[in-house]
Every structure is written in structure tokens, then in C-alpha cells.
Design a protein around this ligand. Structure first.
Ligand SMILES: Nc1ncnc2c1ncn2[C@@H]1O[C@H](COP(=O)(O)OP(=O)(O)OP(=O)(O)O)[C@@H](O)[C@H]1O
Length: 605
């Protein structure tokens, strides 16, 4: 079932298809897989778990039993020294109970957090390696939700749930056994309420579970929307859509609030059911107990022990209900987490993949066709050779397939048919790292990471020294503007590098690429118009960057195109012309038309 945010007022601008309300309560193989995450910690925690289990059982079962002895054997027989020793033992047991619970809270928390740490790390690591295809189909928000919310919802289970299940079950069984030992008649009398309680609670549980799932879905939508609306805030403001955004958020926020309210209300009905069962049980105890005492079937001590045991009986039942809920929530979350973990990269690395040595940088596309979705081919039988050290420009109308070829050369995707070779080696045969470490991409929209300018350039080669970073910046011509910044190379920039201008960001990304010193460089030239002075700087930097390596430029500026060795003209995914500027101009074909229509506006031919 798809969850979409349909509006109460017609068509919504935003659409989130995120998750489903899962109505199948159990998936044991999944639970076993989840439990597997405890394995590394078992050696360390099992002795503690065993200690906790034994200590809790002794305390919870022992105290009421000793009370009954104290009443029947010491108080009624006025044996004060016996009473004193029993009191001392009871106090000792309470002390043991206190020590156990303090210890348990600490270690179960540690266990839970360790498991959550592992799981989150594993999920993040896995996602880092997934292919572009995975990210094509998902919003960043929905991925973030899984790494945060879904994993958080497992936390409760691992910190309290797992351990409590064992302890509570043991106590429950222990109490029932003790009650039967003390008085089977009274026990049977009291247990009459149990089936009734179970019936009501099973009904309630299902409702409660579904309503909590709904809460989670609403939160996921909120998170996805938050992510999107903050990333897109500039567009929102420039189209003055803030009001619409606010009212959409308000609706989602209200939905979330309502879901919470419903879920907490439903959850709150469970406790009274348990309490009611407790009250009925107590009433039966008093009535039936009094009759049994009168008839000399049980002693007063046994009666008191019963009251104690019963007091301890309902709490674990109520807690088990809670754990059951946690278990179901965890099941829904783990299903989503495992779905990501099971996602295989769509460009798999072969077991026997070879490591590319230092490449010369010759690229060959041999009859390459490609489709993103398996339905529509965006590249058709491309044959192309780029010699080592050559600079090649891809030109063509928007959507003609320029970026797609580049995506294939970096092996973000595999061709549907045909083959791509670098220095004669099929890309499907090589280790991805050894390929990608020698190919750099400079995108139009330079991504700036939070950190200093220095760190941002160093991203190109993490091992580079400060001097090397500065050298790269100098060669590119970024040094003067960096030095003019308030903190120079140590100026902090934020995620999108808002303190920098478009041209400055480009120079920064060139410096980054120069530092990486790749054998193959792919450059998606920025389309945004920049002033002539910056243009000259960028062009000079570009020439420096392209020197001595194979370079592919998705070109948007005539000044760049004229300097390249070869121009490849694409049209609707087909390679239709290639040659240098003069040759293609003379041909008066597509390139000629492209230049006269697209480039003349901004530049003279
Ligand atoms: N991730 C994707 N999933 C599905 N289709 C895609 C994807 N990326 C691009 N396409 C489609 O592939 C075709 C070629 O796109 P491509 O990005 O290669 O064009 P381009 O020549 O680089 O265009 P532009 O100059 O606008 O960047 C387009 O029709 C586009 O709709």
C-alpha cells in the first residue's frame, strides 16, 4: 500500500511514497537476523545476563516466601530471634535486587547502544558503496529516515526489551509455580481472570500496533519533507512559495500530532485492562483467601505471600505487552533496514577483478548502448576512441546523452550492451577503486563540504600537505581570492559554500581536481554566465587543469570547445559528428547549426 500525502484541498505539490503499514506481525527469520547483532557481545554480556536472571528470580520469588514464613513461624510463634534473622535475609535480598537493577540498567544500555552503533555503521558503510541507480530512485530524506528513525526504533528493543523478555518470563513462570506450591485452589481461583485479560489485550494490541506504525510513517514524511524543503529553500523563496510550504507542513504536522494522540490514547487503554485484572484478582484473593483461612486450608502467611506474588505478577505481564509492541515496531523497522542492507550495487565488482595500474588514459567505447530504466535507450551504439592525453568536448542539445556517457566511463552504470575499455581493459573487469582513483569529475555545481577551504581542496587527495594544497590553488589561480577571505585557507565554509561566488567555487573544484592529479578528468562545464574577467581566469585555470591528462569536457562555452582536440556531437543518444572545430564548421552540419544557434547569443564565433 502506498502512502501518499494527498491533500484535503485537491492535488498536493509534494508526494512522498515512503513506507507501508505492515500488517504481518511476525517474521521470525528477520528476528533471528536481528538477534545475530547481539552475537559479538554474548561472551561479555552472557555472564551478566545470567547473574541478573538468577538474582531477580531469587529476590522476586524469595521475599514473599520469606514473609509468609516470618508471619507463620516467627510472628505467630513469637520467635523474635528467628524474625530478626528472616528480616536480615529479606533486607539482604532487597540489597541484592538493588545492586542487580543498577548493574542491569548500565549493561543493557551499553549493549543496546553498541548494537545500534554497529547497525548504523553497517548501514551507512553499505549505502556509501551503493550505485547511482539506488540513489536515482530514492529521496535523500527517505534514506536519512532509515539511518536515523528506523535504527532508533530498534534501540528500545535492544536496551530493555530483549533482556526484560527473559527476566519477565522467568519471573512469571516462577510466580505461577510458587502460587501452585502454596495453594493450588487459591491459584486456580485467581487465574480465572487471565484468559479474559488475554482476549481483551490481544484485540487491543493489534490496534495499538497499527496506530504506532502510523505515527512512524507520519514522522518519516515529516523528515523527508524537511530535508527537501530546506535543501530547496532558495527555489521556494524565489517563487514565493513559502506560504504553501508552511501550510503543507502544518497539515503534515497536524496529521503527525493526531497520529500520536490516537496511538497514545490507545496505548493508555492497555494499562487499565491490566489494572482491572489486578483488581479482580485481588478481590478474588480476599474473598476466596478469607474463606480458605477460615476453613484452615491456608495460613495467614500464605495469604500475605499470595498478595505479594500477585502484586508482582501484573507488572511483568504489562511489561511483556510493551516488549511485544517494541518487537513489532522493531520488526517493521528492521524490514526496512534489511531491505537497504540487501541492496546489491548495480555495478558489481567481480571477485577476480584486476587492479588497474597507472593508466595512460585511452578510452574506447565499443558499440555502447545504454538505458537507465531498461525501457528507453538513451545511448545508441556509440563507437568512440579518445586517445591518451587528448581533450575531447561533448556537445549536443540538452538530454542528448553527454552526461550519460560520462556516467558510463566512470562506471556509475554499466552499458546495456557493448563495452567500454580503458587502456584496452574492459571496465567490468577492473577494481572500481583502482579505476575511480584515477578518474576525477568536476561537476557544474561544486559540492562544498562543511570545513575549511584547505580541507575542501584537500578532499581531492586526503594525504596532501598544506603546501601541496596551496600550490594547487596557486597553479589554478585560486590563491589570491582565498587569501582575501577573512580566514584565508582556514575560512570555514558550509555545506553549499554560500560564502563563495559561482566562479570561486569553480576554481576551488579545479584546485581539488588538480591536487587529485587524475589520469582522466571529466569536467561538466558550468552553464551559468560569469563575467568576462572571471571567465578569463576560469579558462586559464582550465587549461592548466587539462594539461597532461585525458580530459572529457561537457562543454558549454565556445572558448573551451575551440581549444579541444576533438569535438563529439551527440543527438538523441547518437554520435553524429566528430572532428575539430574547423572541420566541423566546414561540414555545416549539426555542429555548425548548434554553434550558430546556441553559442552565438553569448559569444562571437
Ligand atoms: N538517472 C536517470 N534515470 C533515468 N533517465 C535518465 C537519468 N539521467 C538522465 N536520464 C535521461 O537520459 C537522457 C540523457 O540524459 P543526459 O543527462 O545524458 O543528457 P545531457 O546531454 O547530459 O543533458 P544536459 O545537457 O541537459 O545535461 C535524458 O533523456 C534523460 O531524461
Amino acid at each position: 500500500m502506498e502512502q501518499d500525502m494527498t491533500s484535503k484541498q485537491g492535488q498536493e505539490r509534494f508526494h512522498y511514497s515512503i513506507d507501508n503499514v505492515i500488517d504481518k506481525p511476525y517474521n521470525w527469520s528477520q528476528m533471528a537476523r536481528l538477534a545475530g547483532y547481539m552475537k559479538p557481545y554474548l561472551n561479555k554480556w552472557l555472564p551478566l545476563a545470567a547473574f541478573s536472571l538468577i538474582a531477580v528470580t531469587i529476590v522476586r520469588l524469595g521475599v514473599p516466601f520469606l514473609m509468609s514464613i516470618a508471619i507463620d513461624e516467627a510472628i505467630q510463634k513469637k520467635d523474635w530471634s528467628y524474625l530478626l534473622s528472616l528480616t536480615a535475609i529479606i533486607l539482604g535480598l532487597y540489597l541484592l535486587g538493588w545492586f542487580e537493577s543498577a548493574l542491569r540498567i548500565r549493561w543493557t544500555n551499553q549493549l543496546g547502544h553498541s548494537i545500534i552503533f554497529d547497525l548504523r555503521q553497517q548501514l551507512f558503510t553499505h549505502i556509501q558503496r551503493l550505485s547511482h541507480r539506488f540513489f536515482d530512485g530514492r529521496s535523500a530524506g527517505s534514506i536519512i529516515v532509515r539511518i536515523t528513525n528506523d535504527i532508533n526504533s530498534l534501540q528500545d528493543l535492544f536496551t530493555n526489551g530483549v533482556v526484560n523478555i527473559f527476566i519477565d518470563l522467568t519471573i512469571l513462570i516462577g510466580i505461577v509455580v510458587m502460587l501452585f506450591v502454596l495453594s493450588p485452589t487459591l491459584t486456580l481461583g485467581i487465574m480465572i481472570v487471565l484468559p479474559l485479560m488475554f482476549l481483551i489485550s490481544i484485540k487491543l494490541r493489534k490496534k495499538i500496533r497499527l496506530s504506532w506504525q502510523k505515527v512512524r510513517l507520519k514522522q518519516s514524511s515529516i523528515n523527508s519533507h524537511l530535508n527537501e524543503s530546506i535543501q530547496g529553500i532558495r527555489v521556494t523563496q524565489s517563487f514565493t512559495q513559502e506560504q504553501e510550504n508552511i501550510s503543507f507542513f502544518k497539515r503534515m504536522n497536524r496529521d503527525n500530532y493526531e497520529a500520536w494522540r490516537a496511538a497514545t490514547q490507545q496505548s493508555a487503554t492497555f494499562r487499565p485492562v491490566v489494572d482491572m485484572a489486578g483488581a479482580i484478582g485481588t478481590a478474588i484473593l480476599i474473598g476466596l483467601g478469607a474463606a480458605l483461612i477460615q476453613a484452615d486450608h491456608i495460613s495467614v502467611g500464605v495469604f500475605v505471600a499470595f498478595a505479594y506474588y500477585l502484586g508482582n505478577f501484573w507488572e511483568p505481564i504489562s511489561r511483556l505487552g510493551q516488549v511485544y509492541n517494541q518487537l513489532l515496531m522493531a520488526m517493521a523497522s528492521s524490514e526496512r533496514i534489511f531491505e537497504f542492507l540487501d541492496e546489491k550495487p548495480s555495478v558489481p565488482e567481480k571477485q577476480e577483478a584486476v587492479e588497474l595500474g597507472v593508466i595512460r588514459g585511452e578510452i574506447e567505447l565499443d558499440d555502447v548502448s545504454f538505458s537507465y530504466d531498461g525501457r528507453r535507450d538513451v545511448l545508441h551504439e556509440i563507437n568512440l576512441t579518445i586517445r591518451a592525453g587528448e581533450t575531447v568536448a561533448f556537445v549536443g542539445h540538452t538530454g542528448s546523452g553527454k552526461t550519460s556517457i560520462v556516467n558510463l566511463i566512470c562506471r556509475f552504470y554499466d552499458p546495456t550492451s557493448g563495452c567500454i575499455r580503458i587502456d584496452g581493459v574492459d571496465l567490468r573487469e577492473v577494481q572500481l577503486d583502482s579505476l575511480r582513483s584515477q578518474v576525477s569529475i568536476v561537476l557544474q555545481d561544486t559540492f562544498i563540504f562543511s570545513g575549511t577551504i584547505m580541507e575542501n581542496i584537500r578532499f581531492g587527495r586526503p594525504g596532501a600537505t598544506d603546501a601541496e594544497v596551496m600550490q594547487a590553488a596557486k597553479e589554478i589561480g585560486a590563491d589570491p581570492f582565498i587569501r582575501r577571505l577573512p580566514g584565508g585557507y582556514d575560512t570555514e565554509v558550509e555545506e553549499r559554500g554560500n560564502v563563495l561566488s559561482q566562479g570561486e567555487r569553480q576554481l576551488l573544484s579545479f584546485a581539488r581536481a588538480l591536487l587529485a592529479d587524475p589520469r582522466i578528468l571529466v569536467l561538466d562545464e558550468a552553464t551559468a554566465s560569469i563575467d568576462t574577467e572571471t571567465e578569463v581566469k576560469v579558462q586559464r585555470a582550465l587549461n592548466r587543469l587539462l594539461q597532461g591528462r585525458t580530459a572529457i569536457v561537457i562543454a558549454h562555452r565556445l572558448s573551451t570547445i575551440r581549444e579541444v582536440h576533438k569535438i563529439i556531437v551527440l543527438d538523441h543518444g547518437r554520435l553524429i559528428e566528430q572532428g575539430n572545430h574547423e572541420q566541423l564548421m566546414r561540414k555545416r552540419g549539426t555542429y555548425y547549426n548548434l554553434v550558430s544557434t546556441s553559442f552565438r547569443v553569448t559569444e562571437k564565433e
